[in-house]
Design a protein around this ligand. Structure first.
Ligand SMILES: [Zn+2]
Ligand SMILES: [Zn+2]
Ligand SMILES: [Zn+2]
Ligand SMILES: [Zn+2]
Length: 508
């Protein structure tokens, strides 16, 4: 993979540690690096699953007689199998202490790939910040103690020179490295079928050097063999940092910062976090109680909620109350469409229609409407519901354009849903003679262009992932849409012939 060295270089600073910088101008969509994982493993609190593919397990490995496997898998990693086979661990050890799996894999690198072991050892685990914390104590109980008390590592390193001393700090380091650096990926191996959403974590030391920004310029895609690819989402100039968003794009600043502080141990001070309006998206803003048009945002320097239209300020107690109300509804959300609509109306009035908590409810609603469209033929879905889905997608795309510019998985999915809805609504409007054939044609062409844009982003997704499946469906839809456009064009052509001079561009 030597040629990727031309794309980036690794720099170091006191504030950021090591980070990636573009070594030359990178075009939108350009592949920056490909990396195979050092270790892939389940989250420490995962349920027992197959050690080979991470789906539900139903049997055990015949060789080591300890590793859980599924119906399809007959074995797992050879070094891991040997480790459990040669250990004196109880036959039910992994069923009682499944939490240890990923740490054991990290430690086994010492046997299988010494360079990668030391690379893992050098990665940031924030041990001192974690020591004595809640997560430290939990990991002590569920990972460290079972391994040390059962003497699991008494034999690692045997016959291969230097013996590895496995102690509490080393095991906590393995856990910390995963918490701080790992990427969430889908687990299933190489099968051609669609990967299920059984999420595991993969350690990629190179990709983990990407610094964080709440408005990233890079995105990742993982294939069926857990190889991770980093691409430029927008053009990245030589010398610019390669930036990835390690938290959720549609979280508001308070939630993003809390998530990053708790999981990654830093306070984000990116442009988006430092702007009270979140780059004008108002994801955290609350409606002013004094004027009708104003939105109040939090100015951390003066610790005040100030209105952008009048001198009014909101009290912290009031803001806390409206946030709590909305958060409770977002968590206890009912999946009935009328209840969701009611909650959206209520919280839009106190927060604002684009507040992240309202957007969360809207995403749930859009999902419900999509399910409805999938469950019955679009022709049977009431037009106002299709129209509503269209509105919700448009709103989400507006926000994403600012917060996840360029190529983005969320944008790709949003564009797909938007344009399919546009197609269905337009067709209904034409059937009821509310629009002319020409307007139908215009909207279909618009839908075609949007669908093409969506596909251009979805093509980065590996075919075995659910997004990869969506790519296939989108391409099939595009084919059908083009056939329909050809038919309508013929219709418009014949109908408009006498008027052809009026609007020649329509049938171009
Ligand atoms: Zn399996
Ligand atoms: Zn085995
Ligand atoms: Zn930030
Ligand atoms: Zn105001």
């Amino acid at each position: 993979m030597a040629r990727f060295e031309e794309n980036y270089e690794i720099l170091e600073s006191d504030r950021l540690g090591r980070y990636l910088v573009a070594k030359r101008d990178l075009a939108r969509g350009e592949l920056i690096l490909v990396e195979r994982p050092t270790v892939v493993g389940p989250h420490w609190d995962s349920d027992v699953c197959c050690l080979n593919c991470f789906r539900n397990s139903c049997t055990i490995c015949r060789l080591c007689r300890r590793a859980p496997l599924c119906y399809d898998c007959t074995g797992h990693d050879e070094a891991e199998c040997r480790f459990y086979r040669e250990s004196n661990l109880d036959i039910n050890f992994l069923f009682n202490h499944f939490n240890v799996v990923t740490s054991v894999r990290c430690l086994l690198l010492y046997r299988t790939d010494r360079d990668r072991f030391w690379e893992m050892r050098r990665m940031e685990a924030h041990l001192e910040k974690r020591r004595g914390s809640e997560i430290w104590d939990i990991l002590s109980k569920y990972v460290v103690e079972p391994l040390l008390q059962n003497g699991a590592f008494d034999r690692v390193g045997d016959g291969e020179g230097e013996k590895l001393t496995v102690n509490e700090d080393l095991i906590q380091h393995c856990c910390g490295v995963f918490d701080v650096n790992a990427f969430e990926i889908r687990g299933n191996g190489t099968s051609q079928s669609v990967q299920q959403n059984c999420f595991v974590r993969g350690l990629y030391p190179r990709a983990a050097l990407m610094a964080h920004d709440c408005v990233p310029n890079a995105f990742i895609s993982v294939d069926g063999e857990s190889n991770l690819r980093v691409y430029a989402a927008v053009p990245i100039e030589k010398g610019q940092m390669v930036l990835f968003n390690y938290t959720r794009c549609l979280f508001g600043t308070f939630e993003r910062r809390a998530h990053l502080r708790k999981g990654k141990y830093f306070l984000c001070t990116c442009a988006r976090c430092e702007d009270p309006t979140e780059l004008g998206t108002h994801l955290c803003s609350v409606r002013c109680t004094n004027c009708s048009a104003g939105l109040c945002s939090y100015y951390s320097k003066v610790t005040k909620w100030k209105c952008d239209k009048c001198p009014h300020e909101l009290t912290r107690e009031y803001v806390k109350q409206v946030f709590t109300n909305a958060r409770n509804d977002a968590m206890a959300r009912s999946f009935e469409i009328p209840e969701l609509e009611e909650a959206i109306t209520r919280h839009s009035a106190t927060l604002n229609p684009r507040n992240s908590l309202v957007l969360e409810l809207k995403q749930t609603l859009a999902g419900e409407l999509r399910n409805l469209c999938l469950a019955s033929h679009p022709a049977n879905v009431p037009r106002h519901l299709l129209q509503r889905k269209l509105e919700l997608c448009a709103e989400l795309l507006d926000v994403l354009r600012v917060l996840e510019p360029g190529i983005s998985r969320l944008t790709a999915i949003g564009l797909y849903e938007y344009n399919v809805s546009l197609w269905n609504v337009t067709r209904k409007n034409f059937e009821t003679k509310e629009i002319s054939a020409k307007e139908l044609l215009d909207n279909l062409i618009k839908g075609e262009s949007g669908l093409k844009q969506s596909i251009s982003m979805l093509l980065f997704e590996h075919p075995t992932t659910p997004e990869g499946q969506l790519t296939k469906r989108a391409m099939q839809d595009l084919k059908e849409l083009r056939e329909e456009i050809a038919q309508v064009r013929a219709l418009v052509g014949s109908n408009l012939k006498p008027l052809a001079e009026d609007k020649p561009s329509i049938i171009d």
